[in-house]
Design a protein around this ligand. Sequence first.
Ligand SMILES: [Zn+2]
Length: 408
Amino acid sequence: MKTRQRTSIAHISKVHQFHPMPSHSKLLMFSSYNYRPRWLWSVLLLTIWGNMALTRQVGRPESSEPVQHLTSARANLTPGTLSLDAVGDILLDRGVAAQIQQYGMGYPFQQTRSLLSAADIAFGNLECPLATHGVKVHKKFCFKPDPATVKCLTGAGMDVLSLANNHSMDCGRIGLDETMATLRANGLHWCGAGENLAGAEQPTVLNIKGVKVAFVGFCQFLPEGSFLRDDAPTIAFASEEAVRRAVSVARQQADVVIASFHWGEEYYSLPHENQVQLAHAAVAAGADLVLGHHPHVFQALEVVKHQVGGHPRRALIAYSLGNFVFDAPRAWDSHTAETFILHCTLNRNGLVAAQAWPIYIGKCCPRPATGAQAQAILARLTELSRARHTMLRAGQVSLTSKLPEIRQ
Ligand SMILES: [Zn+2]
């Protein structure tokens, strides 16, 4: 982890120095300076500045520039703060496996690797086991990708995967066991699964830059072909009682608590009442960040006020992060290809800032969205979030606007 962080810092400063302003603006400034009157020069400067500000909001047209621009935002991190980038569903089977076979392990994350590997913590939901052993259970969609595809995750700089979902037990308990062993052998962390139920509910705590960050993970659905047992490898089931219990334990062990949920209805853009209840229960128990997934489309962001140890804090709920590395079988439904990276800044006191970085998935490969596509993603997220009393400006979550209190 430390080695990777050092690499990240070098990468950040390199990008920051390399890309202070678009090259076409520099050319315009130098060629114009000698003969234009002063007032015109001011207008020109304002226009360039305005264009740059606008471009910052909607993304740049060239494919590599959005990555440089987004990564350079990290250069502003002060000591004691760290960045967390969270993404939704990651599938390494079916259509994604076909792309990996053709183009190699680096393919799925080739357009987002530089962003995710620069984050202090990169989180995602691993929507499949990594297993050679275990028998596929009987269900409509059942996955069993080669455990070697774990290299896709390590190569992308992923750090924490949630296993509490409706696919990590597609090859039963044996497959889940092998998945955990594979992640462990490759230096990856997970939450929401364990050798028994108590282990599955136990928080995974990372100590990064002196800030302790705890992850707990829950699934709202019981795995098919199986049933919940507390004495064998399993995922954590999202009962309100279990959520309160696990988050409270995590709260005792960490400065920042993050709760991951696999929940909701597929292809539905509005959170169900039970998602709202579970999210608010997690925040009331002390979660600073709730990361949802499963619907295959993104849902609202919601900021709520809560208290930790008598001190006021702001918690953020992302009801669904949508797909990320996914083959989007409903290709005709463009919303399944639209998503975002939730870029959060954290410190010992919880959430400092959050921003949605618009992403578009093409041929199983997510890439930073640009132009009208980026605008459309942010506009939809803004609209959905407004319904949850949360203001977004150019993807930036407002933590200062008038917020609803957490419902206890
Ligand atoms: Zn799912």
